[in-house]
Ligand binder design. Sequence first.
Ligand SMILES: Nc1ncnc2c1ncn2[C@@H]1O[C@H](COP(=O)(O)OP(=O)(O)O)[C@@H](O)[C@H]1O
Ligand SMILES: [Mg+2]
Length: 256
Amino acid sequence: MSGRLTEALCNGLLYNVHMLKLTYICLNKFLYKCTKICIFVHLQINLHLLLLCRTVLRMKVYGVVNVKGGAGKTHAVVHLAREASHTRRVAVLDLDPTRQSVNWIELAGLGIPALAFDIKQSDLEAYITQLRTEDDFDVVLIDTPANDRDAALETLMVSDIALIPVGVGTSDTGMLGTTERQVKRAQQLRPELKAYILINRAKFAPARERETVEEAQKTGFPVLDARIPLRGEYQAAAGKVPAGLHYGEVWKEVNR
Ligand SMILES: Nc1ncnc2c1ncn2[C@@H]1O[C@H](COP(=O)(O)OP(=O)(O)O)[C@@H](O)[C@H]1O
Ligand SMILES: [Mg+2]
């Protein structure tokens, strides 16, 4: 009797030990799987964060284009460079042989690196790639000359954002079609290129401003709500520290 009891007890004990072993193995496997999943999720999150940081912090190139001279390209470049330089590392490339952006930035002592860039002598795309690799700047603004389709196209081919200043008045919108075609051609090759129209010399002649906005809207590019008024302070701004507040609104809207 006692022998059978001992045998039963031993069997019970063995069963318990087996169950414990099984539980231990299952738990181990479960924990192992959990750890693996945790590490995988952790790596995925880090990878996504890294990609997000690279996208957000990636050097952004803003090409300011309009084949029409006097539209406000140089004003936009220098004012926006000044605006951006409060929080970002900014450089200006001036493709205009008259070097108006470079001269203005140097005269006003803005402390923004500004380089006169000759696209006939140097490869703009290679230069932008080099700047991206060196990672010295967050923002590069490119000023372009009037009536130079090559300069405008090359600029559009390296830009993240194309800004098209359009002055209120028919003569500016008359030439908008050429710039529109250039931007759309660049967008066919680089669909990521965004384009915005900036209305310049606004708040002076309401009827003409309405006409200009309507013409600008026909291009299909978004027309910025922020507009630059026609003001004496802008007219006489060249060579001075930019003071107009309106470009701050433009900068915010373009980067929204
Ligand atoms: N908002 C404005 N109000 C008054 N004058 C302006 C304004 N924007 C530009 N101008 C004047 O228009 C002229 C052309 O501007 P600019 O920026 O040099 O044009 P672009 O570079 O397209 O040729 C300059 O003489 C400038 O003083
Ligand atoms: Mg200019």
